[in-house]
Design a protein around this ligand. Structure first.
Ligand SMILES: CCCCCCCCCCCCC/C=C/C(=O)SCCNC(=O)CCNC(=O)[C@H](O)C(C)(C)COP(=O)(O)OP(=O)(O)OC[C@H]1O[C@@H](n2cnc3c(N)ncnc32)[C@H](O)[C@@H]1OP(=O)(O)O
Ligand SMILES: Cc1cc2nc3c(=O)[nH]c(=O)nc-3n(C[C@H](O)[C@H](O)[C@H](O)COP(=O)(O)OP(=O)(O)OC[C@H]3O[C@@H](n4cnc5c(N)ncnc54)[C@H](O)[C@@H]3O)c2cc1C
Length: 615
């Protein structure tokens, strides 16, 4: 059985090389997920309830920095369950469930993550051969990020713009084999590799994927919601967003994930605070436990409360998710928008709060919280990623805002769904007369705040349409910066201003408007203002922040420096800037200690025996 902190020939994980960490991740994963397979065989887990089992494994110390097999369970299988028709589920689910194929989920591209209607990968139907032709027309069309795709998965769900009979029907999902099942070599027309080192989750083996007119059978389009018939006729879905279902599922699951990570972090920090003695409350006394300081309690106790609040919320959200999905099966789509808005909001709020709380737990442990051995830096790297993946938090909160504004605008004409029913009562003037310092009083207060903010947002929407004028003189720009800084902090510290100054509600509302106007005024000069810092690329050392803006080329160039990408050689140019792609790839490959192997040796040593059920 694997030890708590898996070692590689006696060396703790932090001191392993990039390739050794990958081997460690593969070995730990195939052993851990063999347990899942054993539980399947003994009927202790099923395809409909594996979430807790896999969730427990993925959050465990055995797979402490993620797993190259995580996406297989988290998105590849749910996407088949959610978007494949019965015939396709019969074909693919048994093989996915017993891991004789390993999948990933490839939606995000170098050029697009949030705006999925802007994805560039194309799937063009060829009625003559009854096939789809997958193609990456540009470098920015390369899939970028799919977990496990770098060197591990041999299948993946690919989200692409569907073309048939010369017409584009938007994004749809396809199940695509990317590597040979026997040799694990990338199939002809497939360009694939890992994207390189990240802030955290460095065991996930995130990859990139490009198609060069790659053909798949028509029946590899997931056809539960929309279909393409043999002659190329497109049959559209009952609801254009049913294709987004896998994302909703993961957002719901992420809320459970945050409970696990927040509980871990606050357990570490609270126990340490009971052990740690520092300074005396009174001269001559023994040093006291730092847990006795109110400031330390202020840092930690709200995280304990939040972990419980998130657990209750996650369970309620899971019930709502299942209720709405049962209604979807019966053709009732009425609560789909509410589920989407709820999943967006709770994923964004719980991940942002958990990241803030985990960082506060680290800080509460002083220098020892900064040690990797404390597990707090690693936990922070894991949770802060969740603020970005599965929908960047800002964007998801905007989706929730959109739903709330729409609900407000229909307040009198439409029955409210359960989670927003309070808006009806909160709108009434009599709802919140005076303040009571009870839990109910605080909740009612926030319901009024929500209602008033929604009204403000609706009002702002109208106001924003009226005036946008900018005249960028340096003096004026600097004034705008001063203005921005003042209004930002006035709004951040509003509770103090309300407590200690005569600022009125009207003045607060106009302060908010002024803040947004200042943001708008500064926008045209934003890049010029940072150029003015005159920080050379050599000092920035960043693929994202270089002066020439060649973000995607630099990301790919850096990715190619990963030793894991030397095997196997990529078949075709990746659009490098100077065109010296083959010479550079050969130079890099010769640096790899394993460049003699066309496939990473871990495939034959661990993956293949695991996939063949021989482990
Ligand atoms: C199982 C084991 C578990 C173990 C535990 C593991 C923990 C979890 C680990 C997770 C690891 C994850 C790895 C990461 C994976 C990924 O990141 S996959 C890629 C994720 N990418 C995204 O999420 C992209 C985000 N962007 C979007 O979702 C969309 O672009 C958008 C922002 C929602 C906008 O979509 P668009 O089509 O442009 O719609 P709009 O024009 O804005 O219209 C919005 C209307 O559409 C409705 N809507 C949008 N999305 C949905 C949806 N999902 N469902 C239902 N309805 C939707 C929306 O309500 C609007 O409706 P109207 O207002 O009525 O028009
Ligand atoms: C650890 C990790 C694992 C991942 N795994 C996968 C995976 O397995 N499969 C996969 O397909 N993807 C994966 N992703 C990609 C992830 O889904 C995207 O990074 C995410 O959707 C955000 O998109 P982006 O990176 O293009 O950021 P962008 O959307 O470019 O966001 C950059 C900034 O622009 C802002 N912005 C963008 N649009 C708007 C808007 N409309 N209004 C206001 N502000 C806006 C955002 O708020 C943000 O501040 C992963 C990402 C990470 C970090």
């Amino acid at each position: 059985m694997l030890s708590k902190r898996e070692v590689f020939d006696g060396v703790p994980e932090e001191y392993l090389s990039h390739k050794e960490r990958y081997e460690n991740a593969i070995r730990n994963s195939v052993v851990a997920f063999s347990l899942v397979r054993k539980m399947q065989e003994e009927g202790k887990t099923s395809i409909n309830n594996y979430r807790d089992v896999v969730g427990g494994l993925l959050g465990s110390s055995v797979l402490r920095d993620g797993s190259p097999l995580g996406l297989h369970y988290i998105m590849f299988m749910p996407a088949i369950l959610n978007q494949a028709n019965e015939e396709q589920q019969e074909k693919w689910l048994p093989r996915a469930w017993n891991c004789s194929i390993i999948g990933s989920y490839a939606q995000t591209e170098l050029g697009h993550g949030t705006f999925i209607r802007g994805l560039e990968t194309t799937a063009t139907y060829d009625a003559a051969t009854k096939q789809f032709v997958l193609h990456s027309p540009t470098l920015t069309a390369y899939k970028w990020w799919p977990g496990g795709l770098g060197q591990t998965a041999n299948y993946c769900i690919v989200v692409a713009q569907l073309y048939t009979k010369g017409q584009c029907h938007g994004i749809h999902s396809f199940i695509i084999q990317v590597r040979d099942e026997e040799t694990h070599m990338p199939l002809p027309g497939i360009k694939i590799g890992e994207i390189g080192a990240k802030l955290g989750l460095n065991a996930v083996n995130n990859g990139f994927l490009g198609f060069d007119n790659y053909r798949i059978p028509r029946t590899n389009m997931l056809m539960k919601h929309a279909q393409v018939l043999e002659d190329g006729t497109y049959v559209k879905s009952r609801h254009s967003k049913l294709n987004y279902g896998a994302m909703v599922f993961v957002r719901v699951v992420i809320v459970f994930d945050m409970v696990n990570y927040l509980s871990k972090a606050v357990t570490i920090a609270t126990r340490f605070s009971a052990v740690r003695r520092q300074c005396q409350l009174k001269a001559g006394e023994t040093e006291c436990q730092i847990l006795d300081y109110v400031t330390q309690q202020h840092k930690l106790f709200v995280s304990i409360a939040a972990a419980h609040a998130f657990r209750i919320t996650a369970n309620k959200l899971w019930l709502t998710f299942n209720e709405v999905n049962e209604q979807l099966v019966e053709g009732n789509l009425q609560r789909l928008p509410e589920l989407h808005a709820l999943a967006c909001c709770l994923k964004a709020v719980t991940t942002a709060d958990t990241a803030a709380c985990v960082e506060r737990c680290r800080l509460a442990c002083g220098g020892h919280g900064y040690m990797m051995s404390s597990s707090l830096p690693l936990t922070y790297g894991l949770v802060t990623a969740a603020c970005t993946y599965e929908g960047e938090n800002t964007v998801l909160l905007l989706q929730t805002a959109r739903f709330l504004v729409k609900t407000y605008q229909q307040l009198d004409s439409k029955a409210l769904t359960p989670t927003v029913a309070y808006l009806k009562t909160a709108a009434a003037e009599r709802f919140c007369v005076g303040w009571s310092n009870t839990t109910e009083g605080i909740i009612r207060g926030f319901q009024v705040v929500a209602m008033r903010v929604i009204i403000m947002s609706t009002f702002n929407e109208e106001v924003q349409e009226m005036s946008r004028t900018v005249s960028p003189q340096l003096k004026e720009v600097l004034h705008q910066l001063v203005d921005l800084y003042c209004t930002y902090w006035a709004l951040e510290k509003l509770s103090d201003l309300l407590l200690y100054t005569p600022i009125s509600q009207k003045e607060v509302e106009s302060l908010r408007l002024r803040y947004e106007e200042t943001l708008t005024n500064l926008r045209p000069n934003a890049v010029g203002l940072v150029d003015a810092f005159d920080l050379r690329d050599e000092m920035l050392q960043s693929t994202l922040g270089s002066y020439d803006g060649r973000v995607y080329e630099r990301l790919m160039e850096e990715a190619m420096k990963s030793p894991l990408n030397a095997e196997p050689m990529l078949q075709s140019t990746l659009g490098s800037y100077d065109g010296r792609v083959y010479e550079r790839l050969m130079e890099e490959a010769m640096k790899s200690p394993l460049n003699a192997e066309p496939v990473n040796y871990t495939f034959h040593k661990y993956l293949k025996p695991f996939m063949q059920g021989k482990l």
